[in-house]
Every structure is written in C-alpha cells, then in structure tokens.
Design a protein around this ligand. Structure first.
Ligand code: AMP
Length: 210
C-alpha cells in the first residue's frame, strides 16, 4: 500500500505514520527526518536546507523531489510505503504523479491551529534516531531519553512558538490545497487528530482498511 500523510506541523503525522508502518510492515519516509539527517552529516544539501528549515519555510521543491525519488526506488519500498511530510506543495504532488507512483490513499489529519501551537511546545525528538515524543501526550519511559535507542530528547528549533506560527501559515497557503488535489483523485480520507494518540491511531487504521 502506498500512502500519504497530510497535516499541519504537529498534527501527529510522524506518530501515525509509524503506527501504520508497523501494522503494514512497510517503511515510513519522512522528508523532514531525511533533511535533518543530511544536515547532521554536513552534506551540501543539508547545509542548503538549514536556513529554510530554521525559519519555518519549505525547502525548494526540486531538492525534496530528488530525495523522495531516490528513496522510493530502494528495494524496501517495493511493497509500499508511507510518505510523511511529502508532498507539501502542488508541484511536489504533480512530480510524484509524473514519476508514475500510484498512491492508494491520502490520510489528512485534522487538528485546529490552537491545539497545534499548544502541542508543539511539548514536542521533543530524539537527536539520535528522530523518534518523536510529547511531554504530556506521549512521554518517554525515562525522562529526556529515547525509548527506542536511549538517545537524548531535544526540542527542535523549528518547534519554537514563533516558528510554529510561520510553519502554520506556510501549511495553510501551500500544503492545504493538496486536500482538494487528492479529493479530485478520489483518494482523500480525513481523520480527526484532535484527541489522544491511541484514538487517532484507531481512526487512522479504520481509514486505511475501510
Ligand atoms: P517536518 O519534520 O516534516 O515538519 O519537516 C521539517 C522541515 O523540513 C519543514 O519545515 C521544511 O523546512 C522541510 N521539509 C520537510 N519536508 C518538506 C517538503 N516535502 N517540502 C519542502 N520542505 C520540506
């Protein structure tokens, strides 16, 4: 199954993508995580992306399109994948269609802006493996440590309140129009992401299996 997760920053795309991937045994492809990895390893692409990312802007389409094209050509994607955070613009969605990738369903996670701003202040990510936690809704077993790899949990620079507001603006202007794009293709499934993680996962799995 080839799935896309759409939603505002902090809507829970990453957490839901992981749950679905474990359920279907397919890889999650997070462009945000891949860009952060590139930045950590100091590649040219990572360094180029840094200023966009830190200010809450989107990285140029051609950069992310190239990353995704290479990643989905890998053998572990043969039986499907979940795209988390891609596409984020209409040109990115068109590029995916032009690659001949047949997406089965697009899950749009709906969370109000108010709730997003509150959620983001509690979000922490593992600086080693990128796993995502929340101090209230999805806390790690040991404070400030990743359950999966024991890495240190940190707050992302782009999760600071002013940057979150800029990212929400970008989301409404550039990413939200994708709902109409995929609705016209008959692939859009909307999921209420307002409640806790377990409830949202139940609704997400229903949307995939319906
Ligand atoms: P995320 O972890 O998905 O919230 O992504 C963090 C940041 O990476 C975004 O705010 C963008 O700067 C960049 N990014 C991730 N995915 C994309 C994409 N598909 N298009 C453009 N920029 C992206």
């Amino acid at each position: 199954m080839k799935l896309i997760f759409l939603g505002a920053p902090g809507a829970g795309k990453g957490t839901q993508a992981e749950a679905v991937c474990a359920h279907l045994n397919i890889p999650a492809i997070s462009t945000g995580n891949m860009i952060r990895e590139a930045l950590k390893s100091g590649t040219e692409m990572g360094l180029k992306a840094k200023s966009y990312m830190d200010s809450g802007a989107l990285v140029p389409d051609e950069v992310v399109i190239g990353i995704v094209k290479d990643r989905i050509a890998q053998p572990d994607c043969a039986n499907g994948f979940v795209l988390d955070g891609f596409p984020r613009t209409i040109p990115q969605a068109e590029a995916l269609d032009n690659m001949g990738v047949k997406i089965d369903r697009v899950i749009a996670l709906e969370v109000s802006d108010d709730k997003i701003v509150k959620r983001m202040s509690g979000r922490r990510v593992c600086e080693s493996c990128g796993a995502s936690y929340h101090l209230l809704y999805n806390p790690p077993k040991v404070e400030e440590k990743c359950d999966k790899c024991g890495g240190t949990l940190v707050q992302r620079k782009d999760d600071l309140p002013e940057t979150v507001k800029a990212r929400l603006k970008v989301y409404h202007e550039q990413t939200e129009p994708l709902k109409g794009y995929y609705k016209r293709q008959g692939k859009l499934y909307t999921v209420d992401g307002q409640e806790d993680v377990a409830d949202t996962t139940k609704l997400t799995l229903q949307a995939i299996e319906a």
